[in-house]
Structure formats: C-alpha cells, structure tokens
Design a protein around this ligand. Structure first.
Ligand code: SAM
Length: 267
C-alpha cells in the first residue's frame, strides 16, 4: 500500500486540495470562538494542504505560517498566497525548524493527524505541545470510531434509481461487491462489523475505509480515548464540535458525527 505522503504529493490530489476554499462548520465555530483572541496570536496551520483554511484564519491572526510535509501542497499555497504569509515544508512529528513556544494557536484540520500510526500520533501531540506557548490553543479533527454509520461504509448499498435496472444494475452490484471484498482483504476481516466492535473496545485503531481511493489506512478513535491522549500530552480545557459545528461537552451527542473537532489548550 502507498504511503500517505506519496499520495498527498501526487499532482492529482494536491491540485484537488488546492481548489478547495470552503470552511467546515466546526472550523467556523472555532474561528468565532477564538476571534477576539486571534489578532494577538501567532498561528501555525499544520497540514495546510492546498491552503483551504488560509483564507479564513490568516487575515485574522497576528502572524500566520502554513506547514505541510508534502512539497506539492506547499508549492500550491505559495502560488495562491505569494505575499503576507509563510509556507514551510515540515513534518508535524519533527518540527525542529520551529523553536519551543513559537506559536499561540496550532490548527491541524481535516484529519491530517489520522494519517499515521499510534506512536507517531503521540509524538505529533508532544511536538505540537512543544511549539505552543503556555495557554496556547490547539484545534484539530479526527475520525470518530463511535460514528453510528461507520459499519455502513462496508455494507452493500442499493444503486441509484438510474443505475438500478438491467446491465447497469448488475455492473453496480459487481463494483460494490468488489470494493467491499477489497476492503475486507485490506482490513484482514470478512466481518467488518465485528472488527469495528473490536476496535471500539480498544477505543482506537486503523481502518481502510476507502478514503483516498482505499490506498491508505486511517486512524479512528473514540472521543473518550482522544480526551485521554490529550490530557496525557499536557492539554486541558477540552471542548468537542460535531461535523455540524455544534459544540458539546457530551461525547454521546457526537455519535452521529463521522469526524469530531477538538479544541484544547496547552496546560
Ligand atoms: C486531508 S489533508 C487536509 C488539508 C487541509 N488541512 C484542508 O483542510 O484542506 C491532510 C494534510 O495533512 C498533511 N499531512 C499529513 N501528515 C502530515 C505530517 N506528518 N506532517 C505534516 N503534514 C502532514 C497532508 O500532506 C495533507 O496536506
């Protein structure tokens, strides 16, 4: 299977990220929550991709640096924003290029933190803590292992009415069947429902879920385990946001959200 970095560096995927310029509802909620404070903040937009979030956050911050380990993403950002902001090629797991406490706000949006192993995730959390100033904010999103519809990703779905009949219908079911078989093989499990239940007991784990065309596996985590990891890495004042942008302190309310956005502070 391919490394995430190779995929993110591909012309097709980096160009796709470069075209995106919307803001997700929870990012908007976090932006509003921090709006009074951002003008005094030095911000690091880690895993900035094609600069989707730059347009919204950078003009509000005192200083803005976008960083990504994929050079093609950084090239796109530099073309999109030739002045005012800095874009740096850097891996979140080793940010030796930044001094301790260089930033007051680190954003790692759109599940970039789910691209690597458990050990690397803990290492990334340590590095983020190191480059943040005391009391600085950290916001990120992650795949929700308790998402109620997660098992549906691996089930045979019915076709659209336009694809339902005749040969088109047969092709549809063959494609779906092959995709599900491929995911089962990659996940080394014929019974994906049981595998998800097992991961839920562990509160974290990796899955091939057909993201990035099924070429890579992604880290999934429960909200409770994420809270523990953050506490162990020295973060406090944790709040959660569902994909609809609603803030909640009740993890159960997030079961309908495929991703969870977390906002916390360096203790
Ligand atoms: C899903 S994309 C999101 C891009 C952008 N934040 C957005 O929301 O459009 C994840 C990004 O994280 C970057 N990334 C993944 N692992 C990384 C790492 N270890 N260090 C730095 N960047 C990383 C990828 O290159 C990619 O650009």
């Amino acid at each position: 299977m391919l490394d995430h970095k190779i995929l993110y560096n591909s012309i097709e995927i980096s160009a796709d990220y470069g075209r995106r310029d919307y803001i997700e509802a929870p990012e908007q909620a976090i932006l509003e929550k921090l709006s009074g404070w951002l003008p005094a903040a030095r911000m690091l937009d880690m895993g900035v991709g094609g600069g989707r979030t730059t347009k919204y956050f950078a003009p509000l911050a005192k200083q803005y640096v976008g960083a990504d380990y994929a050079s093609s993403m950084i090239d796109i950002c530099r073309v999109k924003y030739p002045k005012d902001y800095a874009f740096v090629e850097c891996d979140v797991r080793d940010m030796a290029c930044f001094q301790p406490e260089s930033f007051d706000f680190v954003l790692f949006s759109y599940n970039g933190l789910d691209s690597f192993s458990h050990q690397d995730r803990l290492c990334a959390l340590r590095e983020i803590g190191r480059v943040l100033s005391p009391g600085g904010y950290f916001a990120f999103s992650s795949h929700n292992l308790n998402w109620s519809r997660l098992p549906d990703l691996f089930r045979l779905k019915g076709p659209k009415p336009s694809e339902a009949g005749g040969l088109a219908g047969i092709h549809y079911y063959m494609r779906q069947g092959l995709k599900n078989m491929r995911l089962s093989m990659l996940n080394k499990s014929l019974f994906m429902g049981s595998l998800i239940e097992k991961l839920k007991q562990d509160e974290r784990g990796t899955l091939y879920d057909d993201s990035l065309n099924g070429k890579v596996c992604l880290y999934y985590i429960t909200c409770r385990e994420q809270a523990r990891q953050l506490a162990q890495s020295g973060f406090t004042d944790l709040s959660f946001f569902g994909k609809n942008g609603k803030e909640t302190s009740c993890p159960g309310a997030l079961d309908r959200s495929p991703w969870i956005y977390y906002l916390c502070r360096k203790g």
